[in-house]
Design a protein around this ligand. Structure first.
Ligand SMILES: NC(=O)c1ccc[n+]([C@@H]2O[C@H](COP(=O)([O-])OP(=O)(O)OC[C@H]3O[C@@H](n4cnc5c(N)ncnc54)[C@H](OP(=O)(O)O)[C@@H]3O)[C@@H](O)[C@H]2O)c1
Length: 292
């Protein structure tokens, strides 16, 4: 293990946080993992060598304690009410502990006039962090490949991918590839200070093409069925998703249809030094989620 100051990873039990912790540990760094609660996920982080601390990103005392003696930090908060509070708390805690740099998880649809409350809050959060006396790098991913797991239950149960995304396109990006970019910036933040990186996976496709990939990898026909927003909203609400998340997902689905999530670039290769996970290999790795 190096003699450097440890890295702090927030939301360390989440998709991107977990993989950032693993990568930094694999590279010989000391990592403090801030988790919301002790459970099997946090125990696993302890087992692989992280210093696990339990804390609430909405509580200045616990965040400031977690950032004590830290070099650089990854800030990520779920799509849930409280992003702006958590951002302000993190900025204050980072300032009072004089940390070197922050990588901030935002999203591709973050903008001042977004119809999604969560996406607009991501944009405001970027501004708040820019005011803090700590260099910040913002990452703005398109939809995660993990979105296919979260919304892919119908693939396992009915061989249908049912989403309100028309024939809009994006290049799904795996948490794995984001973690390579985040870790690279945390390790050497200076050249990335003040940058905003849009993150895409390696191949842009629409959901008819995504369904074709599912069919090839799973060896059975999977169909994409575009649905209307009100059907999508009703399905999410029935599944117990929060009003905040439903409002966000419906608003960004409209953005998606208008092309806001489309595109590819070389950030994962250039900064993350990895070739990027294809949808083929993502479905292969997560086959169990898509099989009844
Ligand atoms: N999904 C996408 O397609 C997409 C695309 C672009 C950007 N994003 C952005 O990615 C972010 C989510 O990243 P992710 O998927 O890596 O995270 P995630 O899997 O949603 O995990 C979030 C973690 O935060 C923890 N948490 C929740 N409230 C907390 C609190 N008050 N204090 C401390 N920890 C708390 C949760 O712990 P518990 O589970 O124990 O509660 C969970 O482990 C969001 O900001 C979203 O806007 C997502």
């Amino acid at each position: 293990m190096s003699a450097e100051l440890p890295f702090l990873v927030a939301s360390a039990s989440g998709f991107t946080g977990t993989r950032v912790v693993e990568l930094l540990l694999e590279r010989g760094h000391a990592v403090r993992a801030l988790v919301h609660r002790e459970d099997a996920r946090s125990q696993r982080l302890t087992d692989i060598g992280a210093e696990v601390v339990v804390g609430d990103l909405l509580d200045l005392g616990s965040v400031s304690n977690a950032l004590r003696g830290v070099g650089s930090a990854y800030f990520v908060y779920p799509i849930a009410p409280g992003l702006l509070d958590a951002t302000a708390v993190f900025a204050q805690a980072a300032a009072e502990n004089e940390i070197r740099a922050i990588v901030n998880m935002s999203q591709i649809s973050a903008r001042r006039d977004s119809e999604s409350k969560a996406a607009q809050q991501h944009w405001i959060a970027e501004q708040v962090l820019n005011w803090a006396p700590v260099p910040v790098t913002h990452i703005r991913p398109t939809f995660f490949a993990e979105w296919l797991v979260k919304h892919g239950k119908s693939v396992a149960q009915e061989n249908i991918l049912r989403l309100p995304l028309g024939d809009g396109r994006h290049a799904p990006i795996a948490a794995e590839d984001q973690a390579h970019v985040i870790s690279a910036v945390l390790e050497d933040p200076r050249p990335h200070a003040g940058q905003v990186y849009t993150l895409h996976g390696p191949v842009e496709m629409n959901h008819y093409e995504v369904a074709d990939v599912f069919s090839r990898v799973l060896g059975r026909p999977i169909k994409y069925e575009p649905i209307e927003l009100d059907t999508f909203a009703a399905n999410l609400t029935r599944a117990g998703r929060s009003e905040h998340l439903v409002q966000h997902l419906c608003a960004v689905a409209v953005d998606y249809r208008h092309g806001l999530f489309a595109g590819t670039n070389d950030v994962v290769e250039r900064i993350g030094k990895t070739s990027g996970t294809t949808v083929e290999s993502f479905v292969e790795q997560n086959r169990g989620f898509f099989t009844a």
